[in-house]
Design a protein around this ligand. Structure first.
Ligand code: C2O
Ligand code: CU
Length: 388
């Protein structure tokens, strides 16, 4: 740790050995400035993952760019001409173009959407132009490392196939709608054929605010090659277990608080406080199941290999990007049928309720939290355990 503050590294989406999950105070002590910690683990799944610090106050570290993409390659090569990571981040900069450090820890942001940036970068650069030839087939590994913004990326100019979500393959299908909604921490892999005139530009717009050109694919002037056209084959499946049907046990996780529906009271570090004291004295404005911040006891204790469902009930007026550690999960539809799409982070809209299900087969203590990092820091975090 070369920082002047404690830190850790969490390997987001990797179904990792619990001791290597990098969650300060839950799976390891924070690594003090000048100290080190060796992360050694086996990656069970191929796919697109990322890593970032996971301490109380990791929001500012991530906002300053302390993160990276972790790509685990498939054993067989995937038939594309280029494999291109596209890491989207929004940064909040001040009038001098410097990182706006004055707004770190701002409670108003925390109680609203979180710390939204005012400039967007792709792979750390302001210009996200990708140059390629007409007819080439690209694999795009898209990740959002934004602290809080839910990106809306319009990929219609590429008409791509969606081939993986949060690192896990899905059966390839055209991205519908071509507007991709990507919450903090989420990833998708797309495959796109560059079906455009040589010399043309295919533009990707970002539309979560005033629409603007986020990036473009610039086709070179040479004639290129014929477009492949056929649907790409599915990526090889990873060994993730999915519940066969609706699990016997469903546990509720009720999210409350935030601007316009502040929590009247909640438990914080074992004591009950009124909402005002929580906000003013402790910077807590959100709660899960009536507790702000990490509870002493897990909200769920599962036996090894038990299928469990978690009902995420969003009573707030804000969307949340709920991230579960150590496992991937599927969403259940109204009748309790599991979807085929595996995720590690799911957006839950204001006043919405979603039920997710997983096979709790990775022993240890795992976090479930909102990945809008200012929401997490101001209450939206909890944990569950999987017994051996
Ligand atoms: Cu990407 Cu608990 O985090
Ligand atoms: Cu949130």
């Amino acid at each position: 740790n070369g920082l002047d503050t404690p830190t850790t590294v969490h390997w987001h989406g990797v179904r990792i050995d619990n001791r290597m999950d990098g969650v300060a105070h839950l799976t390891q002590p924070p690594v003090a400035p000048g100290e080190s910690f060796d992360y050694r683990f086996t990656v069970p799944d191929a796919g697109t993952f990322w890593y970032h610090p996971h301490v109380h106050g990791s929001g500012p570290q991530v906002a300053r760019g302390l993160y990276g993409l972790l790509i685990v390659e498939e054993t067989d090569t995937v038939d594309v001409d280029h494999d291109i990571p596209l890491v989207f981040d929004d940064w909040r900069v001040d009038d001098n173009g410097q990182i706006d450090t004055a707004s770190f820890g701002n409670l108003h942001d925390a109680a609203h959407a979180g710390r939204l940036g005012n400039i967007l970068t792709i792979n750390g650069k302001f210009d996200g132009t990708v140059r390629a030839r007409a007819g080439e087939r690209l694999r795009l590994r898209i990740a959002s490392t934004c602290n809080a913004r839910v990106l809306q990326l319009d990929f219609s100019a590429l008409d791509p196939w969606l081939v993986a979500v949060d690192g896990q393959p899905v059966s390839p299908a055209r991205l519908e709608p071509a507007a991709l909604e990507l919450g903090p921490g989420q990833r998708v892999d797309l495959i796109a054929d560059l079906d455009g005139e040589p010399g043309s530009r295919l533009v990707v717009a970002e539309t979560s605010g005033e629409p603007f050109e986020a990036m473009a694919f610039e086709l070179s002037g040479d004639p290129g090659k014929p477009v492949r056209k056929e649907t790409p084959p599915a990526l090889p499946a990873n060994p993730v277990r999915i519940p066969d049907g609706k699990p016997q046990r469903t546990v509720d996780l009720v999210m409350a608080g935030g601007a316009m529906s502040f929590i009247p009271e909640a438990v914080y570090k074992g004591q009950t406080y009124d909402g005002r004291t929580l906000a003013m004295d402790h910077g807590m404005v959100w709660a899960f199941n009536g507790t702000a911040g990490m509870p002493e006891k897990p909200f769920l204790s599962a036996s090894a290999g038990e299928p469990v469902a978690i009902r995420l009930v969003n009573e707030t007026l804000w969307p949340h990007a709920m991230h579960l550690h150590g496992h991937h999960f599927v969403e259940l539809d109204g009748s309790g049928a599991p979807s085929r799409v595996l995720r590690d982070t799911i957006l839950v809209a204001p006043r919405e309720e979603k039920t997710i299900a997983l096979v709790a087969d990775n022993p240890g203590r795992w976090m479930l939290h909102c990945h809008m990092l200012e929401h997490q820091a101001s209450g939206m975090e909890t944990w569950f355990e999987v017994l051996t």
